[in-house]
Design a protein around this ligand. Structure first.
Ligand SMILES: C[S@@+](CC[C@H](N)C(=O)[O-])C[C@H]1O[C@@H](n2cnc3c(N)ncnc32)[C@H](O)[C@@H]1O
Length: 213
């Protein structure tokens, strides 16, 4: 004779009741699952927001009319800028770096006794530069978050720019209007299109052009 219970497993339970027990999560399980899901979603969402906040200052220059990305000067390039400063006939020791990045040129010039200021759009890099100055105990340097096209250049004798080719004509016109006669411009990697340099230091991508105003 056929055993009725074999289809329901060994226990002989009602198949409907058995399926309820096996497939329905308990309310405690449901709550735990929901909280874990919420926690994971919050962590992922929070991490995405934090990442966007940190990355935005690095990406935002790409949204401007002239794109000037963050490319730090090489060690050789910094050395060449320092050589240009040492060879300078200008007695003034006030320097500005336009788009100062992580502050390496400003810090190196500060160590050489120049009262140096860096303007930089990226607030993370401005904060980093200030921290580096504090850590290295270099007191004659300052940094501000500012657009390099809106700076008053007249206060400075040495203007350093590591820009891109497309922005050099606009900068040249700006310098022509606003620079004092005792100042000099030090252009890294890309020269000013029309001015005649008084000195050219280094070669290749580390070349530095010096212009006396
Ligand atoms: C090529 S990097 C040079 C960094 C630094 N001077 C160096 O030599 O290591 C150019 C820097 O200019 C900044 N920048 C771009 N547009 C700017 C603007 N309109 N005003 C100020 N800084 C700007 C970028 O964020 C970037 O850090």
């Amino acid at each position: 004779m056929e055993n009725k219970n074999t289809a329901n497993g060994d226990c002989g339970c009602d198949p409907y009741l058995l399926s309820l027990v096996e497939t329905q999560p308990t309310s405690t399980n449901k709550k735990t699952g929901r909280s874990t899901g919420l926690l994971l979603a919050s962590i992922t969402g929070g991490a995405a927001i934090a990442l966007s906040v940190v990355c935005f200052p690095f990406v935002s220059p790409a949204l401007r009319r002239v794109v000037l990305p963050y490319v730090p000067a090489s060690t050789k390039q910094v050395e060449n800028v320092m050589k240009a400063l040492s060879a300078s006939k200008s007695t003034g020791k006030k320097l500005i770096d336009l788009g100062s990045g992580d502050g390496r040129i400003v810090l190196a010039a500060g160590q050489k006794g120049f009262q140096s200021h860096g303007v930089e759009l990226n607030s993370v890099l401005v904060l980093y530069s200030k921290f580096a100055a504090w850590k290295q105990r270099i007191n004659n340097v300052t940094f501000s978050r500012q657009d390099l096209f809106k700076v008053d250049y007249t206060k400075y004798n040495n203007i350093v720019i590591f820009g891109v080719e497309e922005m050099m004509p606009e900068l040249e016109a700006l310098f022509e209007k606003s620079l004092k006669s005792s100042s000099q411009v030090i252009a890294c990697r890309f020269p000013l299109p029309n001015w005649k340099p008084s000195n050219v230091i280094g070669e290749g991508i580390d070349t530095v052009w010096v212009y006396e105003v």
